[in-house]
Design a protein around this ligand. Sequence first.
Ligand code: BMA
Length: 325
Amino acid sequence: MLCVNANMEVLDVVTSKYPICRRYGGNPILTGKDFPADADIKSVFNSGIVKYNDIYLMVCRVENSALLDRFWIAESTDGYHFEPRLEPVDMPHDDPEFMEYAGSMYYDPRLTKIGDTYYIVHAAHSSHTCRLSLVKTEDFKKFQWMGFISETDNRNGVLFPEKINGLYVRLDRPNTGADTGDIWVSYSPDLIFWGKSECVFKNWQGIRWAWTKIGPGATPIKTPGGWLTIFHGVRSQCKAHFVYQLGVCLLDLDDPSKVKAMSESAILIPEEQYELVGQTPSVVFTCGAVAEDDGEIKIYYGGADTVQCVAITSVERLIDACYNR
Ligand code: BMA
């Protein structure tokens, strides 16, 4: 079959389209039991990740039995075996505005390195529903809150790793109804003031399996052929419950509002017990991926809003999935 590689060369190779992602055999890689017992952590999922000084540094979303969500860093040298630090992240609890609005609940951290700074865009529950909030750190010890960066009813946001045409760029998902929403792109000169917003694609545009809503997932990965962007898509099943899956698309390098290609099928579907059964059944949800130097991509994802998992794929395989519809 014909296959497109990362340099956008068309190759005639024998390749199997499925599976696009391979689950790590040791999934789940983190559960609540891996954290100190007195922290009462029941779930760990939807964690963000970067490689920091050759260490895989995961900012985990952890939840206790009072449903209080916190961030807790876990570290790994191989990307599969993670050791949680002794304490949760010391978020900017000295900032009264952050505490007033977000202190009760913040979750789904998405990490992006820009220059020497690591930024975390995350959802924060405020008295005005959910907003995107921005935190930065240079050493993963001290964290500074930069402010809210969206209006209400927006919980999925991720920054691109570099400026495009002189501006910072983000993808997000402003809700357009009770349970609908599309992926948008916005631009900013300073990461605080955002504008030039455009819809990138809608939940129905070519995505048969995500008729309810979609949202950005992992930090977009730069390839010669475009920004490789892993997102989540949701469908309501028999009006009874939502099914969360992952998809992939390729956005134009200079104008990420343009979709160059998109996989027809989901690339990861809830199938395993740890994805089908948990706090929220039938959920695979990503906030981060690591692109290795050899082209391998590790997609870190939450299973059923309960446990943290990882699946392995590659740049070539994902680009191939985008083009071979
Ligand atoms: C989304 C977010 C995620 C969660 C998912 C499935 O709306 O809130 O944190 O994993 O729903 O419940």
